[in-house]
Design a protein around this ligand. Structure first.
Ligand code: CA
Length: 225
């Protein structure tokens, strides 16, 4: 198994260097970025197992960087490094889809434990996210913009199927097979009915719509940008 590759975005060179040494000692591969723009560029260049992201960064802030990441493919675990009393940073970070945060000055052992937890979550593929929507397959929790959304079992299955196939247009037959199973003999209109239920719960009242109708074909879950 190859070493998990961690991108550390931190402008304070001393902290970045300590993180690099400690993480490499623990068997991780580490790449450092010293400002937000460099972090974004490196993030886009390859797949990462985890991001350690400082909030106060020159150029592009940690929260802005996180926003860009989560508006794209968005599944890479992110742990935010926040200043001691910046409660609003933590809330904003979690709302934007950060997996966790650690307060500076941090204990390296605590940070390592959180990194291990975040990497486990990733390997289980338990948390999927898009834009400000997160779906936890393990706990069946769905959040949008920090708000909890209650779904029925079938609505949840439909959402998970759409998430797993995000940005792909799915026709009614594919959705029926994927969510209701091959042995469903009912009307394909059931798909439209459940899409409507999901829309009411996920998109209603939000400026950014995630579920889109492709006329004559079917449906797609995507970020419109
Ligand atoms: Ca900083």
């Amino acid at each position: 198994m190859s070493k998990p590759h961690i991108l550390v975005v931190e402008d304070e060179t001393k902290i970045a260097r300590v993180l690099e040494l400690e993480l490499e000692f623990e068997g991780y591969q580490v790449t450092k970025a010293h400002d937000g723009m460099e972090g974004l560029r490196l993030y886009r260049e390859q797949e990462w197992d985890l991001l350690l992201l400082d909030i106060m960064l020159p150029g592009l802030s940690g929260t802005d960087l996180l926003k860009r990441i989560r508006s794209g493919d968005g599944d890479t675990p992110v742990i935010m490094l926040t200043a001691k009393d910046a409660v609003s940073d933590k809330v904003t970070g979690l709302d934007l889809g950060a997996n966790d945060y650690v307060t500076k000055p941090f204990e390296i052992e605590e940070l390592l434990a959180r990194i291990r937890a975040a990497l486990r979550t990733k390997s289980d593929q338990q948390v999927m996210s898009m834009e400000d929507l997160t779906v936890n397959v393990g706990t069946h929790e769905v959040h949008r913009g920090g708000h909890s959304i209650e779904l029925t079992a079938k609505e949840f299955s439909l959402l998970v199927y759409l998430m797993k196939n995000k940005r792909q247009v799915l026709n009614r037959e594919q959705l029926l097979e994927g969510v209701w199973g091959f042995d469903y003999y009912g009307d394909t209109n059931i798909v439209d009915v459940y899409i409507r239920y999901l829309r009411n719960k996920l998109d209603k009242g939000y400026e950014t719509k995630l579920i889109h109708t492709v006329r004559g074909v079917g449906y797609v879950l995507k970020d419109p940008r």
